[in-house]
Design a protein around this ligand. Structure first.
Ligand SMILES: Cc1cc2nc3c(=O)[nH]c(=O)nc-3n(C[C@H](O)[C@H](O)[C@H](O)COP(=O)(O)OP(=O)(O)OC[C@H]3O[C@@H](n4cnc5c(N)ncnc54)[C@H](O)[C@@H]3O)c2cc1C
Length: 258
């Protein structure tokens, strides 16, 4: 995928882009990249088929398994330690899963022990198509909750819809599920809704995202002229309305190393 030529939504294509808006492809792919549906598709760097690189000598080379395999190997995980400047990535892209769904359970903060104990115990058994998220939040105004609460909201990429609902069923097994303030075992949603939900958890303004992510993001992230990778994420958003999970209080899968 070259700069300015992102795949078209209309072609039903998908790439495991990062969970937040504004993540650029350069750093994301070089450092591994754990994005949407990465439990199934693997870290994003595993979908790098080749790269154009400018070396320290100013030479422009193409790296793939046959050409400069050492640099190709290093590029997929070296992060900030890469030895050249990548000017383009050739990526494997995927058919977009037909269904993106979610569950939504909300518990009072008093149930924190029960919910997190259950979450830790069941997380290894979760279906790979589900990105488990259990998050504490200080309030959830969209649902009229103005006190601390725990949200269990997990995207699932599967098809058909019955499979998606089945994959999420394990998230309804919390021993205190009968005391949930909100109990929605399955609802269809879309990436636009998830991006909105994720970004609603970040403070706005310059440096805001970096405050959350401990400085891994350079100041360049705020430069509008480097929008290629933010726009990549947006390109995977369906055009239709956001689903019922569009205002969940979540910031990214708990399984994400990001
Ligand atoms: C709000 C937020 C959410 C995030 N969410 C996720 C997530 O869901 N999943 C995940 O895996 N990560 C996530 N991250 C981490 C993110 O992937 C890294 O911070 C990544 O380094 C961002 O890349 P960048 O190009 O935007 O940043 P930059 O700061 O521009 O780049 C980081 C470093 O990568 C190297 N680099 C970047 N581009 C190139 C290039 N073209 N050639 C050579 N070297 C280059 C440079 O050493 C640079 O200093 C998140 C970060 C933030 C701030």
């Amino acid at each position: 995928m070259r700069r300015g030529q992102p795949p078209q939504r209309s072609q039903g294509l998908f790439f495991p882009a990062g969970h937040c808006e504004g993540i650029r492809l350069g750093g994301y792919l070089l450092q591994g990249g754990y994005g949407w549906n990465s439990k199934v598709l693997g870290p994003a760097c595993e979908s790098v088929l080749g790269l154009e690189v400018v070396t320290a000598d100013g030479e422009q080379i193409y790296c793939d398994p046959e050409n400069h395999p050492d640099l190709y190997w290093a590029a997929r995980g070296s992060g900030t330690g890469f030895f050249g400047v990548v000017t383009s990535f050739k990526l494997r892209i995927y058919r977009r899963p037909a269904v993106l769904g979610t569950c939504l359970y909300m518990y009072s903060i008093e149930l924190v022990d029960e919910v997190y104990t259950w979450g830790r115990e069941m997380s290894p058994e979760i279906d790979d198509r589900v990105e488990l998220q259990i998050l504490a939040t200080c309030a959830y105004p969209a649902a009229g909750i103005d006190h601390p609460a725990i949200t269990v909201a997990s995207p699932v990429f599967a098809e058909p819809e019955e499979e998606a609902a089945k994959a999420l069923a394990a998230l309804g097994t919390c021993p205190v599920v009968g005391r949930a303030m909100i109990n929605i075992p399955y609802a269809p949603t879309n990436l636009a809704g998830w991006y909105t939900a994720v970004m609603s958890n970040y403070p706005k303004g310059p440096g805001a995202a970096r405050r959350r992510y401990g400085g891994s993001w350079s100041a360049a992230v705020h430069r509008a002229d480097r929008d290629i990778d933010g726009s990549t994420a947006r390109h995977y958003r369906p055009d239709h309305d956001r689903g019922p999970s569009g205002r969940t209080c979540s910031h990214g899968p708990t399984s994400s190393p990001a």
